[in-house]
Design a protein around this ligand. Sequence first.
Ligand code: ZN
Length: 182
Amino acid sequence: MSTNSRFQRAMSFMLATSTLTIGLPTARATAESSWVPPAQYVNLPLQEQISDPAATGSLPEAAKPVSRGPSGFYAHVEQGIILLRDSAPTKCLPGDLRDVVADVAARFGAISVESTHRNRSRNWRAGGARHSLHLSCRAIDFRVQARARGVMAYLRSRPEVGGLKVYRNGIIHIDDGERRSW
Ligand SMILES: [Zn+2]
């Protein structure tokens, strides 16, 4: 029937216009929302900071014992800037010497602590002096990645350092005994 086909044509026209009218607000919404994303974008970095372990990681660590603030010896150990050998205990060391080593790490970069307290047989094997301050855990042998000369000048400027020596293999010895070198 022709009436039916005319109705169908009318329906398809209405559908087409309704699509247009529906389409228009959508287009306007997209245009309007163009100033909304910047606000969301501003919020995004905050979310990232909250989930970033580097930003939140300092919170629980604050409760842990650190020799001197966040730049202390054990903070550097946790950050991997100071490497410790299992055979080199550090709790028995004078706090002054730990602080000096922490400051060297902060100024000159990564350090590895090679030797601290040594019992008599270990001290003998290491070629240590008979009355070495390593026997009473008052000495640290460490390596620095940086040039030793600048480090030695810095160590000489620190009144906490008594004995000071750089060995041919690059290992630096400091202790809290009398100021001397050999
Ligand atoms: Zn030594």
